[in-house]
Design a protein around this ligand. Structure first.
Ligand code: CA
Length: 220
C-alpha cells in the first residue's frame, strides 16, 4: 500500500514516514500543498495523509481540488486546532477522517488501516483469505493452513497486493508502484526477488507467473 504524506513540519513528516515504512507501507513525503496536490493527482496512492496548514496551498484546498477532479483516494487530515469548525470544514471538503495534533502514532496507524479496509470493498475485516492462505493485515501475520509463515515487511506487502486481487493478474509495475516509494529508482526486477522468496515460503504453486503480464496468486 502506497501512502503520500503532505506535511510541512519536517521532523514530524520524517518520523511518520519512518514508522509507516517499518509497518510495510511505501511512503512518499512532500512538504508543500501544491506539490502534494500534484503528487496525489497522479492517482498512484492508496491513501493521503494531509496537513491543513501548509505552504503553497492549504490542506482544505488540496482536498477540495482532488475531489473536484474526481479523485476518490482516502484522505486523512491532520489538524493542529481542535474545534468542531475545523472538523466540519475538513469533512465538508471531502476528507474521510481527521486527527488532531498531537496525536498518538498508534491511533494514526489504526485510522489509516481502517480507511484502507473501508476503501477495499467496505469490509471491516482486516483478514484476507485466499484458499488456505490467511493474511491478517492488522496483526501482520500470515498463516497457511495451521502453519504460521514468517515474512519480512516487503514480502508481506508484495503478498498483500497479490492477495487483494487474488485470481487476477497483477503486473510487476503495479506491485512496484504500491510497495516501493518514489525514492526507489533501482531495477524493477526487484519484484521477482520478492516473488521468489514468497514461493520458497508458500510453495512454488502459490504464485503463477503470467508471461509478459505479471503474477497471479492461486488459491492453495
Ligand atoms: Ca503545517
Amino acid at each position: 500500500m502506497r501512502l503520500l504524506i503532505v506535511e510541512d513540519e519536517k521532523r514530524l513528516a520524517t518520523a511518520l514516514a519512518a514508522g509507516l515504512t517499518a509497518e510495510g507501507f511505501a511512503v512518499d513525503v512532500v512538504h508543500d500543498g501544491l506539490e502534494g496536490l500534484h503528487r496525489a493527482a497522479e492517482g498512484t496512492y492508496d491513501l493521503v495523509v494531509l496537513d491543513i496548514m501548509l505552504p503553497g496551498m492549504n490542506g482544505y484546498r488540496v482536498c477540495a481540488a482532488l475531489r473536484a477532479a474526481g479523485h476518490e483516494t482516502p484522505i486523512l487530515m491532520l489538524t493542529a486546532k481542535d474545534g468542531e469548525y475545523d472538523e466540519a470544514e475538513g469533512l465538508d471538503t471531502g476528507a474521510d477522517d481527521y486527527l488532531t495534533k498531537p496525536f498518538s502514532y498508534v491511533v494514526l496507524v489504526a485510522r489509516i488501516r481502517a480507511l484502507l479496509r473501508r476503501r477495499g470493498g467496505g469490509s471491516a475485516s482486516p483478514v484476507v483469505t485466499v484458499g488456505a492462505l490467511r493474511m491478517d493485515t492488522a496483526a501482520r501475520r500470515v498463516h497457511l493452513g495451521e502453519a504460521e509463515i514468517t515474512l519480512t515487511t516487503k514480502e508481506f506487502a508484495v503478498l498483500e497486493q497479490l492477495a487483494l486481487r487474488s485470481g487476477q493478474v497483477v503486473s510487476k509495475a503495479d506491485i512496484l508502484e504500491h510497495v516501493w516509494d518514489f525514492a526507489y529508482d533501482g531495477d524493477p526486477n526487484i519484484v521477482e526477488v520478492y516473488v521468489s522468496a514468497l514461493r520458497r515460503k508458500l510453495g512454488a504453486a502459490a504464485i503463477r507467473t503470467v508471461r509478459g503480464a505479471g503474477y497471479r496468486l492461486e488459491a492453495l
